[in-house]
Design a protein around this ligand. Sequence first.
Ligand code: HEM
Length: 390
Amino acid sequence: MTTGTPTVPPLTDRVCSEPFRLFFPVGVLLGWIGVGHWLLYGVGLTESYSCFRHGLLQTQAFLMAFAVGFLWTALPRRIAAPLASGREIALALAALLLTGAALVVDAFVAAELGYLALFTLLLAFAVRRARAGTVQRRPPAAFVLLPLAALLGVSGALLILARLVLDAPPWTIALGALFIQQGVFLCLVMGIGALVLPLIGGTPPPPDLFSSPRETRVAWAFLALGVTVAASLVAESLGAVRGAPIVRGVAVALALAVGGGAYRLPRRTGLHRKLVWLAAWLAPAGLVASGLLPDFRVPALHVLFIGGFSLMAFGVATHVSLGHLGLADAALGRPKPVVVLAAGILLALLARVAADTSHTYFEHLASAALCWMIGTGVWLAWLAPRFVRR
Ligand code: HEM
């Protein structure tokens, strides 16, 4: 007998259909562990800190969780392919948690193995759907950068493992870290940005790959920019600490401004849209600044890490969440939690950049971490109940 009441799919089905409901909150928690490091050290609750651990936690755990949440939600819909299965979701979650937990206890070999497992799962996800012939539509041209991101991630982990396990020369770990901390996400930001920036900005989405000779040329152009980014990372590890980041910044700016349309402001209203647009410019700005001011390299790079990568991750996550959770009005407005998110991330950026010129370095780091955690915490507290609900 039907009651007329629509049946609510169980939470596991909703997570398979919309994996962001699980991976975005997990990403926030992993991000807190990564930046919380500086807060705990600043207030004297821990006696040591590790820059290497922090950098890898942010890029191999926090950002990867957001990438999986976005890709496994958006990709099956865009290419009309089957959604993620419960097994795929469980394995990806396990790989992410293994990577994060291993980094926390400085078990770097286990962490790299967890990270490699995650890329294997991402690859298997795409290959399984392509081989089963269940893909009914091609992705946009810029998605040629996704395999390149995976190649950089896998090579980066193997280079780090070569140093840790086989005692390879020190350049291997330095280049591996560059591939992971910058290469993977620069390729993802350029590739995904070309799809997301028009969608968020209110302009037509990009056509499918190979749908016309023009789109084939566009794909080659994106690939050339991705290869430029990868080559500049190798050049930087060989000593080109000024020129290489500048070239990389120009390549990223071209991909996002011309390829993604970031040369103009979003046409639609909605604070998160402006945040994504701002992140698209802060990413290349941080790279260029790190090349112009090599003595100020790490703080300048945080314009990329905090203002580019983390702001972009939360801006896009806001768009995906509001769209899927039926909060269309909020997507056109300025919801207070998004204002707090923006303020928290931008204050964190200012405090992180100011730290190196201050006499209170660790106090500045702790304040930056606190601002970032408050901003992202308010955002999570706003959306988390909706992630669980139907
Ligand atoms: C919000 C507060 C943050 C603080 C206080 C902070 C602080 C730091 C510090 C002190 C270092 C090491 C500097 C050194 O080697 O001398 C560092 C490195 C790094 N941070 Fe952060 N960070 C923050 C946020 C982030 C975020 C959100 C990301 C990524 C999305 C990130 C990614 C990295 C990476 C990849 C490195 C390694 C850079 C390199 O050595 O090339 N950080 N951070």
